[in-house]
Design a protein around this ligand. Structure first.
Ligand code: KIV
Length: 264
């Protein structure tokens, strides 16, 4: 069944929302087979696929290129595209124009923006134009230079209070759900209880209305640092490395191609 932003919003209190990232047609096709509720074309594309050190450099054109590939898979999941750094901060007009590009050019069905109070009017403007918005608060990687590192947010009471306020403002602005990244479980629980729209947690404990992970992290498809909150369900890097080694050995030893893989 095709999910829309309304389907996702209405899942609160009924069924846990299951979400994953994807940047490609083939991964989206596999995710679709598992009937996942929401696919995020995350700006994590920057580091996972393009080799950038963080999410800051990824451009609108790069994001659109990958969002297009995801939408071509025609998944039943709601397709959400992440608005990259500086695509929505400069002005509301630019934000609306770029959100519109994701819908018109890439086939996305909603967009995600990082931030609370400071972007609430922008969120409202995009929603007014008929584009569903997924909020994102807590650890917001596009502000990494201001935050000072990838660490849990909202541990002190003042910051926790501000995050609750941010969540309520995003709801008021018309967001259909909010991603909570790297916040203590108790704070995520409080925000989830106070909102009428669902929360989707990543490193935010078990009380959110849904969960999202970077697919490459949970499949062990990424090398380098894996955050504590990631549960790895497979180690595909090891399997791929072994397959490549075996292929190399076979070619070098003249064992591949054999009769079975050749034409008479
Ligand atoms: O870019 C991304 O993949 C994200 C998720 C971690 C929520 O924003």
């Amino acid at each position: 069944m095709k999910r829309t932003s309304v389907t996702i919003r209405d899942m609160k209190g009924v069924k846990k929302i299951v979400a994953l990232t994807s940047y490609s047609h083939w991964m989206s096709t596999i995710i679709n087979q598992a009937d996942i509720d929401l696919i995020l074309v995350g700006d994590s594309l920057a580091s996972v696929m393009l080799g950038y050190k963080d999410t800051i450099p990824v451009t609108m054109n790069e994001m659109i290129h990958h969002a297009k590939a995801v939408s071509q898979a025609n998944p039943d999941s709601l397709i959400v595209a992440d608005m990259p750094f500086m695509s929505y901060q400069v002005s509301q007009e630019k934000a609306l124009e770029n959100a519109g590009r994701f819908i018109k050019e890439a086939g996305a069905e909603a967009v995600k923006l990082e931030g609370g109070k400071q972007i609430k009017d922008t969120v409202h403007r995009i929603v007014q134009a008929g584009i569903p918005v997924l909020g994102h608060i807590g650890l917001t990687p596009q502000s990494i230079h201001q935050i000072g590192g990838y660490r849990v947010q909202g541990r002190d009471p003042e910051r926790a209070k501000n995050l609750v306020k941010d969540a309520l403002l995003l709801e008021e602005a018309g967001a259909f759900a909010i991603v909570l990244e790297c916040v203590p479980s108790a704070l995520a629980k409080e925000i989830t209880r106070k909102l009428h729209i669902p929360t989707i947690g990543i490193g935010a404990g078990p009380y959110c209305d849904g969960q999202i992970l970077v697919t490459h992290d949970m499949l062990g498809l990424k090398t380098g640092h894996i955050p504590k909150f990631v549960k790895q369900y497979a180690d595909l890097t090891e399997q791929i490395a072994k397959a490549i080694e075996d292929y190399k050995k076979d070619v070098t030893a003249g064992k591949f191609p054999d009769k079975e893989h050749s034409y008479e």
